[in-house]
Design a protein around this ligand. Structure first.
Ligand SMILES: [Mg+2]
Length: 226
């Protein structure tokens, strides 16, 4: 018997990962302290150094918030490297990689794939239904795929797209069309599952995925992953 659905496309943050509240300003304080050579929670730091690091953190947060606002209002994408550059961060600085590692360490507890994902995806594929991932994110494809690999589910992904490498973010129809092209499925026979406000997904009908199921969060999604 044929089924009406050829693919299910999943959001990442809060859908494939458990929903967490995240202290968004703190992500950049962790980063900025490392740029300034300040070990997190070190007691031997002058207030002036700490203040300078926190001013940098505030600047990055401001640039990042503006990028997410543009994404929400204009559906344009952004990437972490662009945000850091716009905030005046020198990627060639010798502490840059340490700062990025600290930032990723801050996010790591919020990246774990829900244990139900593997059996769910296996069940879909057993029924001949493809699995797609479409994430509004500033993180790279390589980084996201590393997370799936770490959690033992990468082998079940038929296609995955990350807005950091696209021109548009969800709910722009082109983002949905792009993942359907990657999956080689008709958008009308595809379903999107994600966390979003109901307002966001009134836009999904514009020839994007045919149907959507959304779990509405009570607050703003995590910054690095939506
Ligand atoms: Mg989400």
């Amino acid at each position: 018997m044929s089924h009406p659905v050829d693919a299910v496309v999943f959001d990442w943050g809060g859908t494939l990962t458990p929903w967490h509240e995240v202290d968004l300003p703190e992500q950049w304080r962790v980063f900025a302290r490392e740029v300034h050579g300040i070990r997190v929670d070190s007691p031997d730091v002058s207030q002036a150094d700490l203040d300078e690091a926190h001013r940098l953190a505030d600047r990055i947060l401001e640039v990042e918030s503006a990028a997410w606002t543009r994404g929400r209002d204009e559906h344009t994408s952004a990437a972490l490297s662009d945000i850091l550059e716009a905030a005046g961060i020198d990627a060639a600085h010798d502490r840059h990689h340490l700062a990025l590692a600290a930032y990723r360490g801050f996010w790591e507890p919020h990246t774990h794939t829900d244990p139900q994902v593997r059996p769910l995806w296996e069940g879909l594929r057993a029924r001949g239904i493809k699995v797609g991932v479409l994430s509004n994110t500033i993180w790279s494809r390589e980084y996201h795929r590393g997370i799936f690999e770490r959690d033992g589910v990468l082998d079940l992904v038929d296609a995955d797209l990350y807005s950091s490498e696209l021109d548009h973010v969800k709910p722009h129809p082109e983002a949905f069309r792009a993942i359907c092209r990657e999956l080689d499925v008709d958008p009308r026979r595809s379903v999107y599952v994600g966390t979003a406000s109901s307002r966001t997904y009134t836009a999904r009908s514009r020839s994007a995925c045919a149907r959507s199921g959304s779990r509405t969060p009570t607050s703003r999604p995590t910054s690095g992953s939506r």
